[in-house]
Design a protein around this ligand. Structure first.
Ligand SMILES: NC(=O)c1ccc[n+]([C@@H]2O[C@H](COP(=O)([O-])OP(=O)(O)OC[C@H]3O[C@@H](n4cnc5c(N)ncnc54)[C@H](OP(=O)(O)O)[C@@H]3O)[C@@H](O)[C@H]2O)c1
Length: 324
């Protein structure tokens, strides 16, 4: 079914920008992207069917107005860190607000305005019994997404593995670290990951919007190969031209490292991120046939953008300095 107006919440981010670009390229839908900061979304404005709008999407009245103009809603908003909640709570208040309350509000607004289609971004490993606040809150977000079924809102949930592609925060971070440090002390060195290409993730969203059979489904999205974290860090070092020795940290030192990094500006890592790595980040099977996506190999894409990591960092630093 063709959607005339699609609201893409979180459309300004790393993955969202790809979803917006693929939709703009392959459909005639008018796309609206709310953002907290104009600067974060202005790269989307070169696409003629895309408009961005400054909005606080947590404000129900604002969300209501945006959803009222749409006939499908996509939500990619997600955060990596949260304050802790009271003792015994499954996750902290920031995860509650962004991962759980927001989809609940979106689904309520969709039901109110007769918007029958909702695509929701979760994460591989989301589980109410997951080892981290992040994974537990993502599971609660999925439940909120599917709660609209009885109200006529058909949700599709996506659970990507760690996502790679130009501007990713994963391989680029490890490439940058190897540029600046003589060796890399690495927590979770033996944890297994199955990185998925950002273009494939975006394709899954576009295909789901066009395929009725994806309603009510949950899709894991993962790449063709599984690697240990140590292998991925090594690959990032080689591709960016600064391979460094990698020292796997035992659990105690890994916790200490996460504790310190959590309190540094930029928050490269937190104890909750470390907790997520208690389980492998690997799909339970191949990508679903109805998505019809041939997963892209990391080796086919990452060397190209990681080789430019020095230049990219310089540009990012200029951009930050100029507030753009
Ligand atoms: N990247 C990965 O490897 C990966 C893996 C698994 C799952 N995911 C999930 O995929 C989604 C997108 O990830 P991403 O890497 O594209 O993230 P990203 O680049 O950080 O983008 C996040 C988006 O969410 C919006 N946002 C962030 N915090 C918000 C807040 N507190 N209130 C309102 N809007 C907020 C941002 O909008 P503005 O800043 O423009 O307002 C931006 O559009 C997330 O749900 C994430 O959990 C990502």
């Amino acid at each position: 079914m063709a959607h005339k107006n699609i609201l893409i919440i979180g459309g300004s981010g790393f993955i969202g920008s790809q979803v917006v670009a693929q939709l703009a390229r392959t459909t005639t839908s008018r796309i609206t992207v709310p953002t907290r900061r104009y600067e974060r979304s202005k790269h989307l404005l070169v696409m003629p069917t895309v408009r961005t709008t400054i909005a606080d999407i947590h404000d129900e009245a604002v969300l209501d107005r945006l959803v009222a103009e749409a006939d499908a809603v996509v939500n990619l908003v997600g955060i990596l860190h949260s304050r802790r909640g009271p003792r015994g709570s499954a996750y902290g208040p920031d995860f509650q607000r962004v991962h759980v309350d927001l989809p609940r509000k979106i689904v309520a607004a969709c039901a109110k305005h007769g918007v029958r289609r909702y695509l929701h971004m979760s994460a591989l490993g989301a589980s109410a019994q997951g080892p981290s606040m992040y994974l537990r809150s993502k599971a609660a977000g999925e439940a909120a997404a599917f709660a609209g079924a009885g109200l006529g809102v058909a949700a599709t949930v996506f659970r990507p593995a760690v996502v790679f592609g130009e501007h990713d925060n994963f391989l680029n971070m490890f490439a940058a670290m190897q540029k600046h440090f003589p060796l890399i002390p690495l927590a979770g060195a033996n944890v297994r990951f199955q990185p998925v290409y950002v273009g494939d993730v975006a394709q899954a969203f576009v295909k789901a919007l066009q395929n009725e059979a994806t309603r009510g489904q949950t899709y894991e999205l993962a790449g063709p190969h599984v690697y240990t974290l140590r292998q991925l860090v090594r690959l990032a070092g080689i591709c960016s031209g600064h391979p460094r020795p990698i020292i796997g940290l035992p659990p105690m030192l890994a916790s200490l490292q996460a504790f310190f990094l959590e309190h540094l500006p930029g928050r490269l890592m937190s104890r909750d991120n470390l907790a997520s790595m208690q389980v492998d980040n690997v799909a339970t099977g191949p990508m679903a046939a109805e998505l019809d996506i041939e997963p892209t190999a990391l080796e086919a894409v990452a060397p190209r953008y990681l080789a430019g990591v020095d230049m990219q960092q310089q540009m990012d630093a200029y951009r930050r300095g100029a507030g753009r």
